[in-house]
Design a protein around this ligand. Structure first.
Ligand SMILES: [Mn+2]
Length: 271
């Protein structure tokens, strides 16, 4: 199943979508591996036209490569190789998760093709543990592993409201609670190009409850969209949307919210 507005093959695509249905380390509610499938289903409920950006995704050439099918036990390496393969072809990709563990291998794969870039990270959780329950490639260590590749100082974290004391002191570019206000303040200082990783649990569970690790006191959906719109003039090389979990609650309201996030992300990446 591919997303209904996918109208292009890979070669001609301006924006490429691919699902990484990976949730092997999910420690609370498993099921985010079904995220990409339900995002595509919920896209049927979402208009192609964005009233936020006054433009339709139908005006763009979009390829959907469907869900990646793993075929070895080293799924982390497979995700890195797939990302590298797409960026070697100079594609701009939105990766649909899956848990947050998909981001470090994606970032590593991109880094092999594009040496230097910044990461903008929206999340409730810092994800800066060195390991979680002994697992170094864990959703709770996602940004720490990404930092191993591109340097922690190149990762800008927003909306963070959960982590250990150590995590909160590791990265000078970690901003607590608010997203829009902090992003607006420093956006000009973030070096381009940028990769955006959106853990949808940055939004309050009252608005997006279908996530693997819900955390109260989140931002509103409106604040997330407003923050994405701030990035419109940045050179964006890629993005991921992770941690949506259709098995955590009824999937459709949250999935529709994620489908809107995806539509807006496609349009801001198109520039
Ligand atoms: Mn999170």
């Amino acid at each position: 199943m591919v997303i209904e507005y996918a109208n292009s093959d890979l070669q001609n695509a301006e924006i490429v979508l691919i699902g990484f249905p990976y949730d092997r380390t999910s420690s609370f509610i498993p099921g985010s591996r079904l995220g990409p499938r339900y995002i595509r289903i919920c896209t049927e409920n979402i208009e192609w036209f964005s009233p936020y950006q006054n433009r339709s995704v139908a005006s763009l050439k979009i390829a959907d490569l469907d869900d990646y099918e793993f075929h070895t036990e080293d799924q982390i390496k497979e995700m890195e190789e797939k990302a590298y393969e797409l960026y070697r072809q100079k594609k701009r990709v939105i990766f649909l998760g899956g848990e947050h563990t998909i981001s470090p291998p994606i970032i590593k794969g991109i880094q092999r093709a594009i040496k230097q870039f910044s990461v903008i990270h929206f999340d409730a959780h810092a994800d800066l543990r060195d390991d979680y329950h002994g697992e170094r490639f864990s959703h709770a260590a996602a940004m720490r592993r990404a930092g191993d590749t591109i340097g922690l100082r190149n990762i800008y974290q927003f909306g963070i409201r959960s982590g250990t004391k150590e995590e909160f002191s590791l990265n000078k570019n970690l901003y607590r609670f608010s997203v829009y206000k902090n992003l607006k303040k420093i956006i000009k200082k973030i070096p381009e190009p940028v990769y955006i990783t959106i853990d949808v649990d940055v939004v309050d569970p009252s608005q997006i409850p279908a996530v693997s690790t819900p955390e109260p006191n989140g931002i509103t959906f409106k604040e997330l969209i407003d923050s994405l719109l701030l990035l419109k003039n940045k050179k964006i090389i890629g993005a991921d949307i992770v941690e949506y979990n259709p098995l955590a609650t009824t999937p459709y309201a949250s999935g529709s919210a994620v489908a809107v996030i995806l539509r807006e992300l496609i349009l801001i990446m198109a520039g």
